[in-house]
Design a binder for this molecule. Sequence first.
Ligand code: SF4
Length: 318
Amino acid sequence: MLLEVNDLRKYFPGRGGFFGKTPDPVHAIDGVSFAIQEGKTLGLVGESGCGKSTVGRSILRLIEPTAGTIRFEGTDITRMPSKEMRNLRKRMQIVFQDPYSSLNPRRRAGDIVAEPLLVHGVENRTERRAKTQALFERVGLRAAQMDLYPHQFSGGQRQRISIARALALGPKLIVADEPVSALDVSVQAQVINLMMDLQEQEKLSYLFISHNLAVVEHVSHQVAVMYLGRIVEYAATKRIFERPLHPYTQALMAAVPMPDPANRRRKQHLGGDVPSPVNRPKGCHFHPRCPLAQERCRVEDPMPREVEAGHQVACHLV
Ligand code: SF4
């Protein structure tokens, strides 16, 4: 297994607190476990604010987890010293949602892509230039574009630059945090196809974080559905999309437009917003929005259970 995450937690200190009372912590991630095989993609879905991006950043230790373990290629990296961790980051990279704000506008595209090479010891300028040129070509950009600045590229091209930078050191895992959400629909398909081609060529693994179920269904081998810092359903993509079992997954899928009326999923309206992770509802955190909630759901927290081989669900009724 390339990546194994076990009972990962990230609590942020709460703000305020009245009459000397310590404020409650924010449970951004609250006991998340999953694994990613080499050359495979895990799609992590859920509404904004559910903790998906915090999971991605915690895995790379861009933010420090509060508890749990992260194993990468069999090594426990949860408390790895930062010097060793910097070295390991060659093999674990991240691509952000907004390619414009993640690229320095004052640097040429070629220098942006070459930067990780320089940081990790490729000091020869000619060698660096040749490697950067090859990276540009691998992501569908021309070598002549290396001298341009980020604002001279389209949104899709800027995301290609981000991907080239992430590929520079030959990573095994890329955390792709909403990598196409900021792009036009036509461009999204091109960037996704590029990522899938690269996966095949390089045996890359992705943690693909997105709120867009159609995209996740297309790219993922496994899917984990997150709600308020927890995974509520986890299974192979085909299984979860054919037979979602958790009421939250069902509601998310019902919200995806289906072109074929014969194939329409049962409508399950998802009302309200995700509650605050500071004041999480007691019992099942989803109960205030769940159309199937029962008395038990208000008091008892459902634990994830394997309901069939490789399919986990956290719901009293499943
Ligand atoms: Fe709904 Fe109850 Fe299942 Fe939670 S445990 S998802 S409230 S039915």
